[in-house]
Design a protein around this ligand. Structure first.
Ligand code: BG6
Length: 493
């Protein structure tokens, strides 16, 4: 792992796209502003469109215009950016790109270090990777790394094919598969909360935890991504990657060291221990939903089937919830409930760890059972941790009342909390792959998910659309927990 201020050229394929403009350029700017990278860097934007360097730099400046209160000169920053019009299938373009990179290497003292960031549709990932290697762009005195955005395949088979293609040109160590949830401050905090507190680890098992709930809900609908989303759905778009990654972090064993290999191998073990589901039992464990019209934050919304690029009889799910069991010593018998959906009541991601009831309740509140202890991890938009306990009320009786210990990370310094992409880019420059997904994780998650998608593709959902925009998803999703005597905790604020 490189520890000094990293120096490298970042080549961004898809440089005129949404991700580059909305996330990558602002993240590079923040790294620059925060002194995480020095003047020794260059960014080469690569895309089909014929732009000049000046036009490209104007785009970059627009994407960072909201940082105008800084006294940094945006022109000096933008001077590090260069544009190279590119046809990914034209070999001569790789050669001219290589000439440009060699020139910039000298100019910016980047020592032959190169990041190739594929921020574009995956159809050409294999072609690009192969040509980068064959045309000598990865043969330098420094290191070369490949950063890949999701989706990483559509199912296990296509993911494996894609992986084989890029592995011809890059070793596993050189491949950084992005899951932007792993760059989130509070997702990274899961490990710290678990492994840096004597309080939790002894209780973190099936003797003391009754269930764990992971929710990620969005207010937004499919917007203008209907075309992509129709072939993806919530299962592939959110569940296979972000949701299963959070589950792995919550359930993994303590790694023997905090190295990428050790951490990722513990996560892999969790995914290997997921109790497999048969296609015919999917209905028992998973619920799918699709949003109808409704009202979100006072505004009327159209249904999913009415969105641009969506089949008016679409069978695609915009909501998924599931019950997962982990067949190992620590977790046998503890359900992990996961749900994610679009056009729900609010935008929020949180984790609730529900502890088991005490063997005997001495305290009753208004004749009710006492409240179970909960550990809540707020991932977004609020960031923080809450511990729900019971304490005595200020009276003479023996009642107990729920109280809450609360740590909120949304203080004044929120503006300085690094953005997910900023953290991930920096990690990649330093050669730290901890917060990127290893091929083994990708493969196992697809294998688990493929059974569910097959079951859903083979059986049209007769009740779609089955939840109103602005709700908490389909009613059946509550039934999933009710069968086990639990309910979803509504802990978002
Ligand atoms: C992306 C999905 O991976 O994550 C989107 O493709 C989704 O559909 C997004 O909206 C959610 O990310 P976040 O960070 O806003 O929770």
């Amino acid at each position: 792992m490189t520890t000094n201020t990293p120096k490298s050229i970042i080549v961004i394929f898809g440089a005129t796209g949404d991700l580059a403009n909305r996330k990558l350029y602002p993240s590079i700017y923040r790294l620059y502003r925060n002194g995480k990278i020095t003047e020794d860097f260059a960014v080469v934007g690569v895309a089909r469109r014929p732009l000049t360097n000046d036009q490209f730099r104007e785009n970059v400046k627009t994407s960072i215009s909201h940082f105008e209160e800084d006294d940094l000169d945006h022109d000096t920053f933008a001077d590090h950016f260069h544009y190279h019009p590119f046809d990914v299938q034209d070999i001569s373009h790789y050669q001219s790109l290589n000439n440009l990179l060699n020139h910039l290497d000298e100019k910016h003292h980047t020592e032959g270090n190169r990041i190739f960031y594929l921020a574009m549709a995956p159809n050409f990932f294999g072609t690009i990777a192969t040509n980068l290697k064959e045309q000598g762009l990865t043969t330098t005195d420094g290191w070369s790394r490949l950063v890949i955005e999701k989706p990483f395949g559509h199912d296990f088979e296509s993911a494996q094919e894609l992986n084989n293609q890029i592995r011809h040109a890059f070793t596993e160590d050189q491949i950084y598969r992005i899951d932007h949830y792993l760059g989130k401050e509070m997702v990274q905090n899961i490990e710290v909360i678990r492994f840096a507190n004597a309080l939790f680890e002894p209780l973190w098992n099936n003797q003391h935890i009754s269930n764990i709930q992971i929710t990620s809900s969005e207010e937004l609908g499919v917007e203008d991504r209907g075309g992509y989303y129709e072939s993806s759905g919530a299962l592939r778009d959110m569940f296979q990657n972000h949701m299963l990654q959070m589950l792995a972090l919550l359930a993994m064993e303590p790694p023997i060291k905090l190295t990428p290999d050790e951490i990722r191998s513990e996560k892999v073990k969790v995914l290997r221990a997921l109790k497999p589901i048969n296609e015919e039992d999917v209905g028992e464990y998973f619920v799918r939903g699709q949003y109808d019209r409704g009202i979100v934050k006072g505004e009327e919304q159209i249904s999913y089937r009415e969105a641009k690029g969506v089949d008016p009889e679409s069978n695609t799910e915009t909501f998924v919830s599931g019950k997962l069991m982990i067949d190992n010593f620590r977790w046998a018998g503890v359900p992990f409930y996961i749900r994610t959906g679009k056009r729900m009541k609010q935008k929020s991601t949180e984790i609730v760890v529900q502890f088991k009831d005490l063997p005997m309740n001495l305290y009753y509140e208004n004749g009710e059972q006492i409240h179970p202890n909960l550990l809540v991890i707020h991932i977004q938009p609020n960031e923080g941790i809450e511990l729900h306990l019971n304490a005595k009320k200020g009276d003479y009786g023996t009642t107990s009342t729920p109280i809450m210990l609360n740590y909120n990370n949304n203080g004044q310094d929120k503006m300085n909390t690094p953005e997910a992409y900023e953290v991930l880019l920096y990690d990649c420059m330093r050669g730290d792959s901890t917060n990127f997904t290893h091929w083994n994780e990708v493969a196992l998650s697809w294998k688990f998910v493929d059974v569910i998608s097959r079951a859903w593709e083979n059986n049209k959902a007769e009740d779609f659309p089955n939840y109103e925009s602005g709700s908490n998803g389909p009613k059946h999703s509550d039934g999933l927990l009710a069968k086990d005597g639990f309910h979803w905790w509504d802990v978002s604020k």
